[in-house]
Ligand binder design. Structure first.
Ligand SMILES: N[C@@H](CCC[C@H](N)C(=O)O)C(=O)O
Length: 276
């Protein structure tokens, strides 16, 4: 049996696998990730977060600038560079276990570089702000659902996003399949966000995540949406937006020095042991 925890950030939910020294799990196969994330036969989740020290990772490109590494997998077993909701849940777990000090900024290594977490009030249960780094705004492209097509902006938050403004969030339908996209723009697939404006500085979105399907929230997606909206509003940098998702609300700030900060909740709801 292996220890696990279950947590979520704005209802983007994860199975956490503590493996501090890399001795519990060895290589985490795609098959095991799928079994853990299965909502009927497994624990259920949009993804898996393996909690491992950088010193134990042994993966090219993972530096040792942070003590802890978020080894993130999508529910289908594929690897992604980064998960914005996941890194808050990861930080919550570390703080609650006394593995980091929430009174000081907490660096976490990811495949998209080191992200620094700040806990409100320096408390282990405080709301968490993540410095998500610099957004890369790339080309205009298009996404499709059935017969419908929308223009979309390619925003890279360490992982790839296509942000499409729609008239109504219902326009994309039930999103059972991945929206169509240009494989030349996104050779490794894409996370697709559909956005509507609610008020100045306030948007709402749905997301279809690469490797997980439609989810209740996506942190990197919310950042990509904020960047696309701020640019469309001519309000880029030194500005903040509220982003509503089916599973909750995130606050995204684009700082004067070009960094994207994401603030939101993170909760660990259960822990146990599994032989999956
Ligand atoms: N839900 C995440 C993003 C997870 C990775 C994504 N599905 C991908 O493949 O890039 C978030 O909160 O950012």
């Amino acid at each position: 049996m292996y220890p696990f925890l279950k947590g979520h950030g704005t209802e983007n939910d994860f199975v956490l696998l503590p493996d501090p020294d890399g001795t519990v799990h060895g290589a985490l196969s795609a098959e095991r990730v799928r079994a853990l994330c299965d909502r009927r036969a497994g624990i259920g989740g949009d993804g898996v977060l393996r909690v491992i020290r950088t010193a134990a990772v042994g993966e090219p490109g993972v530096g040792q600038d942070a003590e802890w590494f978020m080894d993130y997998r999508n529910a289908d077993g594929s690897i992604s560079e980064m998960c914005g909701n996941g890194v808050r849940v990861f930080g919550r777990h570390l703080a609650q276990q006394g593995l980091v000090d929430p009174a000081t900024p907490v660096p976490v290594a990811t495949r998209a570089g080191v992200k620094v977490l700040t806990f409100a009030g320096g408390a282990a249960d405080g709301e968490i702000t993540v410095d998500m780094g610099i957004a890369k705004v790339l080309e205009e492209t298009a996404v499709r659902v059935g017969e419908r097509q929308w223009s979309a902006l390619h925003v890279d938050m360490g992982n790839p996003h296509a942000v499409a403004f729609v008239d109504d969030l219902a326009d994309a339908g039930p999103l059972l399949d991945a929206p169509g996209h240009d494989p030349a723009v996104y050779p490794a697939g894409v996370n697709v966000e559909f956005v509507v404006r609610r008020a100045p500085g306030h948007v709402a979105m749905r997301v279809h995540e690469r490797g997980s399907g439609e989810t209740r929230s996506c942190g990197t997606g919310a950042c990509a949406v904020m960047v696309a909206t701020a640019l469309a509003d001519g309000a880029a940098r030194d500005t903040a937006y509220r982003v509503d998702l089916p599973g909750g609300t995130l606050r995204i700030t684009w700082t004067a020095d070009d960094r994207i900060l994401m603030t939101g909740p993170a909760v660990v709801v259960a822990e146990g042991a599994t032989d999956l």
